[in-house]
Design a protein around this ligand. Structure first.
Ligand code: FAD
Length: 391
């Protein structure tokens, strides 16, 4: 009896499915482009020079039990739903059950020049590239030729990255003997606020904290075109820049639409309460790839918090189906949002609690510990403890 379970993607969703199956002693194959699991929600810390870079990724081999999980490092290039097989580089892997957890990609909204002229903060390698570019630009900056670093997008990713750079740049300037006013850091956002998921009072506080750190914030600033050293803005004067980091939005992995999954306008696959796309019974789409309906029927925003819960639940669904039991509908537990504003500061909401400063930062660090424990217990926690700063 063939019961090949194939998990595509070893990010937050895929990793939790793999760990859940492993706990239930159900064999599976896990495919991922890199041989490591990257802590994507912490990539702003890598880009902003916070700690040792190796603290932010973990070899898959250190998490997956070789007796239960087969690892396949390679790039998924096609999913053949009719033939129940997946192309990984130049070979095919067949499946009986498929979990698609390939994450999302940066959304460029068709803005001319944006993709070519910007860096994006996504995985580990992109975070390293940003870190190196920032270091170089700061080193070369002078008052006559300042380094102008622009972050595009005032959502969670853009704000956390800005907070991190705002703390790192003064240290970099001091180390390289560069005057602080030779480096300009700006956050631009098309909407009239940053962190739209938070309450307006917290939005104002976040802006204030970043401005106190020397960040220029421009809301209502809609990018219409990007040229090699200039950003063209709707109805306003162009902005000169040395480095543009675009974090303005995400869409589902392009492979989904290319592989004939039904997708919404953000390239995500609408799924039911058991993560099944319409008409499919043995395929589950989770994490950023899925458009999972929230209480108002609209898809929930893509977050690691949701992806990890979906991953855990997908393992439970597969377990029940393999044992001839009906699957249970997924009920997300949305705890709230926490954003770091540099290593020492944070802001967020947990239920009805509003948190700022050290309390928010502490909970953010506690979340890191909780996540490490969930993927690898004491071993993961002790190996990657460098990413956590309790004091
Ligand atoms: C800087 C930053 C900060 C963030 N902060 C937060 C936060 O504080 N809280 C929060 O909840 N969310 C946050 N997010 C969002 C969160 O990271 C995502 O929602 C989450 O990673 C989605 O999990 P996933 O499993 O769907 O995809 P991912 O975690 O992105 O995993 C996808 C995996 O699939 C692999 N993959 C992709 N394509 C292929 C392919 N073709 N072949 C093989 N492998 C492939 C990738 O390498 C990756 O390992 C942040 C994101 C960023 C970038």
């Amino acid at each position: 009896m063939g019961q090949e379970i194939l998990i595509l993607g070893a990010g937050y969703g895929g990793m939790m499915t793999a760990c859940g199956l492993q706990r239930r002693e159900i064999p599976f194959t896990l495919v991922n482009e890199q041989p490591y699991h990257q802590f994507t929600t912490l990539m702003h810390e890598v880009a902003g020079g916070r700690a040792h870079t190796e603290d932010y990724r973990m070899e898959l081999q250190a998490i997956i039990d070789p007796d239960l999980g087969r690892l396949h490092v390679g790039k998924v290039t096609a999913i053949d739903l009719k033939e129940r097989r997946v192309r990984v580089d130049d070979m095919f892997l067949e499946y009986d059950w498929l979990v698609v957890a390939l994450g999302s990609e940066t959304e460029f909204f068709g803005i001319p020049g944006l993709q070519n002229h910007s860096l994006q903060l996504w995985g580990f390698e992109s975070a390293l590239a940003i870190r190196q570019r920032v270091e170089r630009l700061v080193k070369e900056a002078t008052r006559d030729h300042p380094a102008r670093l622009v972050i595009g997008g005032g959502g969670l990713t853009g704000v956390e990255l800005t907070g991190e750079l705002a703390d790192w740049i003064p240290r970099l300037c001091e180390k390289n003997g560069v005057p602080l006013d030779a480096v300009k850091l700006m956050l631009i956002e098309a909407m009239n606020t940053i962190l739209p998921m938070l309450d307006s009072d917290l939005q104002r506080q976040a802006m204030h904290i970043l401005q106190e750190k020397g960040v220029q914030i421009r809301t209502g600033t809609k990018v219409v075109e990007v040229r090699s050293e200039q950003i063209l803005i709707d109805g306003r004067a162009p902005l000169d820049y040395s480095l543009l980091i675009w974090t303005g939005g995400v869409r589902g992995n392009h492979l989904l639409a290319e592989s004939d999954f039904p997708v919404d306008r953000k390239g995500r696959v609408p799924v039911d309460q058991m993560f099944r796309p319409a008409g499919m019974t043995r395929v589950f789409v989770i994490g950023d790839c899925a458009a999972f309906p929230g209480p108002d029927g609209r898809p929930l925003p893509p977050t690691a918090q949701l992806a990890t819960q979906m991953g855990e639940h997908a393992a439970q669904i597969i377990d029940r189906l393999l044992h001839g039991r009906p699957p249970v509908a997924f009920r997300p537990r949305l705890r709230g949002t926490l954003a770091s504003l540099g290593p020492e500061n944070g802001i967020g909401e947990l239920g009805t609690w509003k948190l700022t400063g050290a309390a928010a930062r502490f909970l953010k660090e506690a979340n890191k510990a909780r996540y490490l424990w969930s993927i690898g217990g004491w071993k993961a926690l002790s190996r990657k403890r460098g990413q956590i700063r309790w004091a």
